[in-house]
Every structure is written in C-alpha cells, then in structure tokens.
Design a protein around this ligand. Structure first.
Ligand SMILES: Nc1ncnc2c1ncn2[C@@H]1O[C@H](COP(=O)(O)OP(=O)(O)OP(=O)(O)O)[C@@H](O)[C@H]1O
Length: 273
C-alpha cells in the first residue's frame, strides 16, 4: 500500500499580479515503510509539498492521497506525526505536558502516558528537562521535544521538515541513528525535508531532488541501488561505505544540474524526469 500518492500536483501562489509556481507537475509515491527525502535549493517547494500532504494547504490542481484517503481524512484520523522547522511547542506547558498532548487527546490513561513520555524523553536525551518549559530550552532541545511528540503515537507515517536543522553535528548524527532505529521498530514511512546531502543519503531509501522556479522534481536517486542496505537497517558505519559516497556524489550531481552518475551495470540509480 502507498503511504502517500501525489499525482500531477501544481501549487500556484498569486498575490495581485505576482505569481509563484511553487510546484509544477509533481508525481511522487511513498510506499508504506519507505523513507523518502526531499532535497533542493531554498524556495524549490519542499515545505509546500509537505504542507499539502499534511492538509495545511491545498493543491491548485492534481491530487494527493494518504493511505488511500483524502489528506483531510488522514489528518482527522491522525494517521501521521509531524515535526516541522519551528518546534511549535505550547509555551505554557512543560516538556512532559507537550509530549503527552497527543496521547491525552486520544484518551490514554495517565499512568500509561507518563511511562510513554519518560521513554520518549530518554530517547531524545531530555529526561532531565521533563519539568522545564520550552523557553528554558535551547532551539535544538525544543526541536527534540517536538520530535518526541511526533513519535508519541508510533504513527505509520512521519512528515518531517528539517527537524535536525538546528542541532549540532554530534546530536544530529545521534538523532539520525535514533530515527533509523525508530523507523525499523515501528515500520513507519517518512517524508523528510533536508538541506543536507549526507543526511538525506544516510536516512533514505530514495532521495528526491527538486529545483526551483517552477518547483519540480528533477531526479530521484535510489540509494539502495548504490549497494546500501534498506534505510531501516542502516547503522552508523554506513557513513563510511563507498556506496554512501557514491550516492552523495549522485545527489550532488543532480542538484548542480548534472544528470547523475550511471550505475556500473548500466542500470541507472537515477530516475530522471
Ligand atoms: N503562502 C505563500 N504565499 C506566497 N508564496 C508562497 C507561500 N508559501 C510558499 N510560497 C513560495 O513558494 C515557493 C516555495 O516555498 P517553500 O517554502 O515550499 O520552499 P522550500 O523549498 O521549502 O524552501 P526552504 O528550503 O528555504 O525552506 C517560494 O518561492 C515561496 O516564496
């Protein structure tokens, strides 16, 4: 089953005489359990695409479904967790109260909620800050709270917009490793926006490269074709493998307007559109 299906999607913003073609003719499928990253220069429509999937905006034309449902129905059914650039925490609630909010809304009893929140805070390394308020945390720590909240209900789909952008490099790699482990445990599909090529390659089964004006998909790199194990099975050491560097070079080549590097057996790891 598809987690996400995007078919022929355009998104045009108009204000007065100004017209921005944020997305043009975007076709994309994310399969259940698959990890797909979107990468591209600023303004190429990555966040717009994520917002459309999350039903925070509507396409000008084309259609999007999430687990076979309309985006609206999927939102109402809370079929996915969201972690966006801005942490979006409620300032008057403690860290614990922020993370447990989705569980509370779904009627989980207090003891089970507290146990789950303790587990999640441990995971993101914030157990000592359970009683703090967001304004007592750094930007990166707030982002980790938002990630814990997105994971609270073990959703089968995660929509993540540069969730690790504000983190230092060491914490960032640790969070990437944790995200792989979590996806392996839960089997969740992920649609992930990033500006980092190594991050996209390490985390993904496929990396979707986009270009601006009009925002469109210029290439898709299948990371598994470079000899890497599926995204769910990756360990930190993958960052040292030759296939990893090959995939990084392929993504970089497409980003810089090249056509990618053909795989040695003639099969192309790059699906150019
Ligand atoms: N609500 C809006 N009204 C008008 N234009 C918009 C709106 N939202 C996005 N845009 C425009 O659509 C284009 C794509 O924006 P988007 O935020 O999706 O890019 P992005 O790839 O996520 O960029 P970044 O990497 O900088 O976050 C940009 O030109 C932006 O100015």
């Amino acid at each position: 089953m598809s987690a996400i299906e995007v078919r022929g999607v355009d998104r045009v913003f108009t204000r007065g005489r100004n017209r921005v073609d944020a997305l043009t003719a975007v076709d994309l499928e994310v399969r259940a359990g698959e990890f797909v990253s979107l990468i591209g220069p600023s303004g190429c429509g990555k966040s717009t695409l994520l917002r459309l999937v999350a039903d925070l905006d509507a396409p000008t034309s084309g259609a999007i479904s999430v687990f076979g449902k309309t985006t609206r129905q999927a939102r109402l059914d809370q079929d996915y967790g969201i972690a966006f650039q801005q942490a979006g925490l409620l300032p008057w609630r403690t860290v614990t109260a922020n993370v447990e909010l989705p569980l509370k809304l779904h009627g989980m009893d207090k003891a089970a909620r507290r146990a789950r929140v303790a587990e999640l805070l441990e995971l993101v390394g914030l157990s000592d800050f359970a009683k703090s308020h967001p304004d007592q945390l750094s930007g990166g720590m707030q982002q980790r709270v938002a990630i814990a909240r997105a994971l609270a209900e073990q959703p089968r789909l995660l929509l993540m917009d540069e969730p690790f952008g504000a983190l230092d490099e060491i914490t960032r790699e640790r969070m990437q490793n944790e995200l792989v482990r979590l996806c392996a445990e839960t089997g969740a599909a992920v649609l992930f926006v990033t500006h980092s090529i190594p991050e996209a390659v390490f985390l993904s089964d496929r990396v979707v490269v986009m270009s601006p004006r009009p925002g469109r998909i210029t290439g898709i790199v299948d990371i598994r074709a470079d000899g890497l194990v599926p995204a769910h099975d990756r360990a930190a050491g993958v960052r040292e493998e030759s296939g990893f560097f090959r995939a990084v070079a392929e993504v970089r080549a497409i980003l810089h307007g090249g056509s990618g590097i053909p795989a040695p057996d003639g099969a192309r790891g790059v699906d150019l559109r």
